[in-house]
Design a binder for this molecule. Structure first.
Ligand code: HEC
Ligand code: HEC
Ligand code: HEC
Ligand code: HEC
Ligand code: HEC
Ligand code: HEC
Ligand code: HEC
Length: 532
């Protein structure tokens, strides 16, 4: 999601513009009109009573976060780093993406498009009910096709990266992942394609039965952390997110604090003046405005998804003046009309590369060095005291893997060992402990944890692969093969199982079996659900 940028939302079609205008003004007459085109609206059940909110939200980019297709041009380009040639076909029937590299090639019809296209589009393909990421993005501002963020330095940019629940929770209405899987979704993978009303307002059923204020969440009426959590679920990625025992990321509901479901860990490196994309929350928290206004300032101070879009300099100026009004004229040398131009300039984004976005640190002089954020890995807000050490330990280990940091790994491991007794049936604790033990070559200890996990989650393909990895270190190849075979029965497209099993066969000199495993996988991966 590393795609940065600012910019104004334009209307997709004249119809949408009409809807927006009509929605604001209308009463009974145009309800018919708006409901007539309800497919583009977030929740058709709300429109009769809240036409203005529905129509205004329909203009926001969040209401177009995911769709089945997009008007992108055809194109082709060469990715020099990997020597891959990509070409893209695009017409009224849809988008198809093709790659070829040293004799290999593939052709994938796009199943879903991520993004409103304000800055860029990302693409998903569907293979046997699994969703995978396309290595391509269309950068709408520059008008170019290129590899997606994260694929720049990849030697084999293929259509093999799983699209996880976390990714789709931020970009779609409600993804329907199948239990115990990494990226297998129900035949209709989304309850709602784009981000719907319930993601900020919570469950709507009781409100529909009894439509009064008390039966639905209004984020702006929530207190502190619960209020901020509504936007943080998507706008604060952090470095690592750790679900509480027994929870998944999908369990969060507006009205709660995020820590009731998972803890977000953040870290700030020196940053060389550049900023990360999904970190508006972190940036705002660093501002003097947020630090000195006792929790008054939040995203909703300047962004209301039900206001006219795009918002102007004058609109933002009024937001500033709600706090800075009286004293500013006297103290400010040049209180120009466009506060944002000087105090919230656009910056080149660190992990996107193609576009710029708005600095939310609201600094006196943005050219001066930014205030330092916390060093190391820290909880954005701490969870329940009983979960603090567990969640931090899991985060440290995950972070250590990402950053190849031995110090964090050791610290995380020591903490995990000391909390294990309190969480004896905790799949995440057992898996994390086992993975460190594999790393430090203690396969017997690792296997004991992985086997315990398999008792708790026998149908989890990655858990089978973990057990196999410990067995391989112990030299028990035949048992390892049994677990890997089981993993592939559970999920034939689970790449780590394919890679491990075929290399195990190769090591044993069973070249035919090795080839068979790879071939079966390649065949399965080339059969997109959308091919004719
Ligand atoms: C924690 C939430 C989160 C996760 C996880 C996440 N994204 Fe994003 N993504 C965002 C937000 C928020 C934006 C809007 C960027 C901004 O802050 O302006 C975005 C922007 C994008 C955009 C550009 C959209 C546009 O209209 O310009 C694409 C494409 C994208 N993400 C793809 C992905 C993919 C693919 C994944 C998973 C593999 C992913 N993202 C994971 C939150 C997330
Ligand atoms: C039958 C009419 C009706 C329908 C349908 C309806 N609402 Fe409401 N809604 C109301 C009324 C009445 C209020 C209270 C307004 C007031 O007191 O000023 C309200 C208030 C709200 C509020 C404000 C709560 C607050 O505390 O400020 C939200 C948010 C809301 N509705 C969202 C929705 C959503 C989302 C849907 C669709 C799932 C929906 N409504 C469907 C009638 C309706
Ligand atoms: C379910 C995830 C999700 C939630 C919850 C969410 N956002 Fe977003 N938001 C996104 C994504 C994804 C984008 C980028 C959409 C795109 O361009 O494709 C985005 C874009 C935006 C933008 C860019 C402006 C625009 O509309 O073009 C603003 C501002 C914004 N969100 C504010 C908020 C605020 C304020 C809240 C909390 C009240 C919030 N968001 C809650 C996911 C979310
Ligand atoms: C990205 C988050 C987000 C989404 C999605 C969202 N809303 Fe809201 N909504 C808000 C916020 C924030 C407020 C409070 C605005 C304020 O008063 O500052 C709000 C307020 C409202 C209100 C109360 C308005 C008032 O003045 O009392 C209604 C009604 C409402 N929303 C309906 C909807 C409906 C219907 C949808 C789906 C079409 C929807 N919202 C989608 C964030 C969201
Ligand atoms: C919720 C209230 C609130 C809002 C809204 C707000 N600020 Fe602030 N701001 C403060 C407070 C409180 C301070 C710290 C005390 C002071 O310097 O006045 C501050 C400080 C600042 C500073 C000094 C920063 C520093 O490092 O010393 C700047 C510049 C600033 N604000 C600009 C803005 C701009 C521009 C906007 C609108 C985009 C804005 N503020 C919106 C409350 C707010
Ligand atoms: C003091 C005002 C202010 C506050 C508070 C604020 N924003 Fe913004 N935000 C802006 C301005 C100004 C822009 C640039 C808008 C434009 O150019 O159209 C912006 C742009 C954005 C964008 C579009 C991408 C980008 O970076 O330009 C997103 C997403 C966003 N804000 C999210 C948030 C979230 C999430 C919060 C709460 C953590 C938040 N904002 C709080 C003023 C604010
Ligand atoms: C032309 C650029 C520019 C514009 C436009 C601008 N500012 Fe500033 N602002 C500055 C500079 C530069 C400083 C630092 C002054 C100093 O350190 O002596 C500053 C300082 C501030 C401060 C710190 C308090 C103080 O007076 O020293 C606040 C608050 C502030 N600006 C708010 C705003 C608001 C609100 C607006 C819009 C009404 C605005 N600024 C418009 C450049 C600008």
């Amino acid at each position: 999601m590393t795609l940065p940028g600012t910019g104004m939302r334009t209307f997709k079609s004249p119809l949408e513009k009409t809807q927006a205008t009509v929605g604001r003004l209308c009463a009974a007459v145009c309800v018919l009109f708006v409901t007539g085109t309800a497919r583009t609206l977030a929740d058709p059940r709300c429109v009769a009573c809240h036409p203005g909110e529905v129509a205004a939200y329909a203009q926001s980019s969040m209401a177009h976060s995911l769709s089945e297709s997009a008007a992108v041009p055809a194109g082709s380009f060469q990715h020099d780093f990997s020597g891959t040639k990509f070409s893209i076909l695009s017409d009224a029937s849809g988008i198809t993406q093709q790659y070829s590299r040293s004799g290999h090639s593939g052709s994938y019809p796009v199943a879903y498009v991520i993004g409103s296209g304000k800055h860029a589009y990302g693409f998903l393909v569907r293979i046997s009910g699994h969703l995978f990421q396309s290595p391509l993005s269309y950068y709408s501002r520059a008008g170019i096709w290129d590899v997606a963020p994260g694929y720049e330095k990849t030697s084999d940019p293929d259509f093999t990266r799983p699209v996880t629940l976390e990714c789709l929770l931020c970009h779609s209405g409600n993804p329907r992942i199948l239990p115990d899987t990494l990226n297998t979704y129900a035949p209709a993978p989304f309850l709602e394609e784009s981000i719907g009303c319930d993601r900020c307002h919570g469950a709507v059923e009781s409100h529909l039965k009894n439509p009064v204020r008390a039966t639905i969440v209004n984020p702006s009426r929530l207190a502190g952390a619960a209020r901020d959590s509504v936007c943080e679920q998507c706008h604060l990625n952090g470095e690592i997110r750790i679900p509480n025992p027994g929870k998944t990321f999908a369990d969060f509901r507006p009205g709660q604090r995020i820590e009731e479901t998972y803890t977000i860990y953040v870290s700030h490196d020196s940053g060389n003046g550049q900023v990360k994309v999904v970190s508006h929350s972190e940036q705002l928290a660093l501002s003097a405005c947020a630090r000195n206004s006792e929790g008054k300032l939040w995203c909703g101070t300047c962004h209301n998804p039900h206001d006219a879009n795009p918002q102007t300099a004058a609109f933002f100026r009024l937001r500033c003046l709600t706090c800075h009004g009286a004293s500013l004229e006297a103290s400010h040398a040049a209180p120009g009309r466009d506060c944002v131009a000087c105090h919230m300039p656009r910056l080149p984004a660190r992990d996107g590369g193609h576009t710029a976005f708005t600095d939310h640190r609201i600094r006196r002089r943005p050219s001066e060095p930014a205030p330092p954020g916390p060093a190391g890995l820290v909880a954005w807000r701490e969870p329940d005291p009983a979960l603090r050490d567990r969640n931090l330990a899991l985060a440290l280990v995950a972070w250590a893997y990402l950053n190849q940091s031995q110090a964090e790994m050791t610290r995380g491991y020591q903490m995990l060992t000391s909390v294990e007794g309190q969480f004896p049936d905790d799949v995440d604790v057992l898996t994390s402990l086992g993975s460190v033990q594999l790393h430090i070559h203690q396969p017997t200890e690792a296997l004991r944890r992985f086997q315990k996990v398999l008792v708790l989650r026998p149908n989890c393909a990655s858990c089978q692969v973990n057990a196999a990895s410990a067995l391989i270190q112990l030299g028990n190849d035949s048992e390892a093969i049994r677990h890997l075979t089981r993993a592939l029965e559970l999920d034939p497209l689970f790449q780590p199982a394919v890679v491990t099993l075929s290399s195990l066969y190769r090591r044993q000199g069973q070249l035919a079996q090795a080839a068979e495993v790879s071939l079966r996988y390649q065949r399965a991966m080339s059969n997109s659900d959308h091919s004719q």
